[in-house]
Write a protein that binds this ligand. Structure first.
Ligand code: PEP
Ligand code: MG
Length: 294
């Protein structure tokens, strides 16, 4: 079985009827980069950068440390894209360097882009590191846990500040770096058309979107039976977002666990989803499934 998957390396992700879809990989740290290359992914669709914060003990990762890691990913992937998600801390992702205790409801609490916008220096440091690394490959920046257009505009303002600083310092960066957002809340689904006028690409985080749509904490074991990413509400949402994003001619990916679920692949391809991003070990099984679809 492993051997047949091996033979799929270098092949296209194309259905029997000729429809193509990108299969990218999700990673959490620099050790994962090698797995992405070994499994021949089309790029890195989600770099969960918060792991850098979770793995650096009581301290924040410095701009230089972050720059080195993002640069490594950019260089390893060459022309292929690498989407760095800005720190998605809070919720189930705690960092010693931030005091996130005392939250009655962390999943619906101080997390993701809310922390970044609240801690502008920390956010700008990360954006500077990503921008500096963008001179070495094909990087994109993605904001997590978006619920409003105002958050996106505010985040882009901080990004502009970081760009202005680098320009002033005569430090190289990709001036056309693409900016995207994650669709993880029902609010983001409903305003996906408006968001599509503000950013270049989208990625649906089905893990959070499931929990927020079904009003159930995904870490609450008592509710495990309620966690249903196949709920018709979720499938409708994915369809709505895909249509809205395509109306503006932008790119749509799915990067939650559902992206790797081969019982859904045909549905996603029929919807016209542009990309699926999955853990590195799932890239080739997904490619196999895609190539079998008629
Ligand atoms: C998601 O919510 O589906 C997602 C990809 O982000 P994370 O699992 O890191 O919250
Ligand atoms: Mg998420």
């Amino acid at each position: 079985k492993v051997e047949t998957l091996e033979r799929l390396k270098g092949k296209e992700n194309i259905t029997q009827s000729g429809q193509k879809i990108d299969v990218c990989a999700n990673i959490g740290n620099r050790e994962d980069i090698e797995k992405v290359l070994r499994n021949d992914a089309n790029g890195i669709g989600l770099f969960r950068s918060e792991f850098l914060y979770m793995e650096s003990g009581g301290r924040m990762p410095t701009e230089e440390q972050q720059f080195q890691t993002y640069k490594l990913a950019a260089e390893a992937m060459g022309m292929k894209k690498v989407i760095i998600r800005t720190a998605d801390l809070g919720g189930d992702k705690q960092a010693e360097s931030l005091d996130l205790s005392g939250e009655g409801n962390p999943m619906m609490g101080y997390r993701g882009i809310r922390i970044s916008l609240d801690k502008e220096e920390m956010f700008k440091t990360q954006l500077r590191a990503i921008l500096r690394a963008s001179a070495f490959g094909n990087l994109g920046i993605m904001f997590p846990m978006i619920t409003s257009l105002e958050e996106v505009i505010a985040a882009k303002k901080v990004l502009q500040k970081a760009k202005d600083e680098l320009k002033e310092e005569k430090t190289a960066y990709d001036q056309n770096i693409k900016v995207g957002v994650m669709i993880e809340t029902p609010a983001a689904v409903m305003i996906s058309g408006e968001l599509a006028r503000e950013v270049d690409f989208f990625s649906i985080g089905t893990n959070d979107l499931t929990q927020h749509t079904l009003a159930m904490d995904r870490t609450n074991r008592r509710l495990a039976g309620y966690y249903n990413p196949y709920h018709p509400a979720l499938i409708k949402m994915i369809r709505i977002v895909t249509n809205n994003v395509h109306l503006e001619g932008k790119h749509i990916s799915i990067c939650g666990d559902l992206a790797a679920d081969t019982s859904m692949t045909e549905t996603f391809i029929q919807m016209g989803v542009d990309e699926l991003s999955v853990s590195p070990g799932k890239v080739l099984p997904l490619r196999k499934k895609i190539r079998e679809i008629r």
